[in-house]
Ligand binder design. Structure first.
Ligand code: NAD
Length: 478
């Protein structure tokens, strides 16, 4: 299968440079993709700009039909990229299917609400009519995360399009294939040329060029705080709108009256799904003192049961772990493991797997540590790898203070059988999403995003369409 850019309705590119995409399990080259030059980005942005008036004339119901067609094509044709997707991302096979059906349903969700955006009319107060409408921002640059390329694509692009905007997608540089594949579907879905454009580029330069581009009116970015801050700074001088979904450091609070067995199992599972490389992965477990030792011992046993898996390893009874996404992620995690050895008690894992067939990928045995000093970077900084930190707390107020201590505030959970207490704590911790007696539960309707360093604005739900619009107030006087 050939992977190319989508620019102005054609699968083509200007650049003569390419770069390799690696299988994360063994570092073999899967294929090469074009590496966008400034000319490619200029062409994609120009196509999006030229398509704006065309797209504005397409009736909302017809826009929705195209978005619904994307949902169907994703479901019907997913087999074309399942293998590539698993390899470029380092996902074990069993982790793939559910995600793709959730993401295609997100297009369907937006197709269902995209033609139901209503303005408002102010009640008549004099001899005038005042009404408010929403208008598109213009050309939106969507910059996707490598850990969920199709998820990120589906969270950003349909709401941007249904807000009346045209789009240039920059796919994740080291995992570009699944997102480039969406370009072949977009052509079949019937979007007018230039409405949706897709490019890939290795390193930050093409991304920075796209963000700064004078013909780009808004940016939606998922990635690190460091790059998110650069994007906010690049947008600030001209007040270019940005949606930023950045890092996380999810707390998982286990009260002594929780279902301890269920909580322990859920914490471990939500910590090591995709090798801990998720913005909402559990990374700090807070356990009430009275049950701390018992729950921690259970968790350590579970962490030890993880076994490495290649992308085509069949599903087994033991939980599976794939390779880290790249060397940088592995080295960062190993630095935190070294810190855990100095500042905490490392209770399991935390080493690279060096025996074949796992020696060529960046496989780490999942790790868990017990910590007392909550000023430690282990408690305060995002790791984005398979290292779980556990601390104890005295009472509700202490747990809330510990959860809120950190500057990342995407998601967290509270575990207690006391409904009133769980609800009170959920409302007291300052995170974009809080679950009780669950963690990692998503809905197309429910807004997703965080406070503090996690960035601003929200994805999912109808709010995401509004993020890509301006409100205009019109006064009609006779
Ligand atoms: P990253 O920020 O280092 O890179 C993201 C992308 O930005 C890459 O494709 C890179 O080429 C590009 N880039 C680099 N410099 C740029 C610049 N100056 N301007 C524009 N683009 C530039 O992030 P990463 O390491 O690839 O991803 C991990 C991070 O993403 C973690 O912090 C994680 O928490 C976050 N994340 C957040 C969510 C969420 O929903 N909040 C979801 C997934 C991942």
């Amino acid at each position: 299968m050939k992977f190319d850019f989508l620019i102005n309705g054609r699968l083509s590119h200007e650049t003569d440079k390419t770069y390799p995409v690696y299988c994360k399990a063994d570092q073999s080259v899967i294929t090469e993709v074009p590496d966008a030059s400034e000319a490619d980005i200029d062409a994609a942005v120009a196509a999006a700009r030229a398509a704006l008036p065309v797209w504005r004339r397409v009736k909302p119901v017809d826009r929705c039909k195209m978005v619904a067609r994307m949902a169907r094509l994703m479901r019907e044709r997913v087999h074309e990229v399942t293998e590539h997707f698993g390899k470029e991302g380092g996902l074990p096979r069993n982790a793939l299917k559910g995600g793709i059906s959730f993401h295609s349903d997100l297009w369907l969700f937006y197709a269902g609400i995209g033609d139901k955006q209503y303005g408002s009319v102010l009640e008549h107060e004099g001899e005038y009519l005042n009404y408010f409408i929403r208008e598109p921002l213009g050309v939106i640059a969507c910059m996707l995360a490598w850990n969920t390329p199709l998820g990120s694509f589906s969270q950003k692009v349909p709401p941007a399009l249904l807000g009346g905007n045209t789009v240039v997608v920059r796919v994740p540089d080291e995992a570009p294939l699944a997102a480039l594949w969406m370009g072949t579907l977009a052509r079949e879905a019937g979007f007018p040329d230039g409405v949706l454009n897709i490019v890939a580029g290795l390193g930050g330069e093409s991304g920075a060029y796209l963000v700064r581009h004078p013909e780009v009116d808004g940016v939606s970015f998922t990635g690190s705080v460091v790059v998110g801050r650069k994007i906010a700074e690049a947008c600030a001088p001209i007040f270019k709108r940005s949606v930023l979904e950045l890092g996380g450091k999810s707390p998982f609070i286990i009260c002594s009256d929780a279902d301890l067995e269920k909580a322990a199992a859920h914490a471990v599972q939500a910590a090591f799904a995709y090798q801990g490389q998720g913005c909402s992965a559990v990374s700090r477990v807070l356990i009430e003192e009275a049950v701390h030792d018992e729950v921690l011992a259970r968790m350590v046993e579970m962490v030890k049961s993880y076994r490495p898996a290649l992308p085509d390893t069949p599903v087994t009874d033991s939980p599976q772990i794939g390779p880290m996404f790249n060397k940088r992620q592995m080295e960062r995690t190993l630095e935190f493991v070294a810190l855990a050895k100095r500042e905490a008690r490392l209770l399991a894992g935390g080493y690279r797997l060096v025996d074949p067939p796992f020696d060529k990928g960046y496989y780490l045995q999942p790790a868990i540590c017990s910590l007392e000093d909550t000023d430690s970077e282990l408690f305060m900084e995002e790791i984005f790898g398979p290292l779980l930190t556990v601390v104890s707390f005295k009472d509700e107020a202490h747990a809330i203070a510990l959860a809120n201590k950190c500057n990342f505030a995407l998601s967290g959970s509270v575990w207690s059988k006391d409904f009133g207490k769980a609800r009170g704590m959920a409302e007291a911790i300052r995170f974009g999403t809080v679950w009780t007696n669950n963690h990692l539960c998503f809905s197309h309707h429910s807004p997703w995003g965080g406070y503090k360093n996690t960035g601003w604005d929200r994805e999912f739900g109808i709010d995401a369409i509004e993020s890509f619009t301006e409100v205009k107030s019109i006064w009609l006087h006779p």
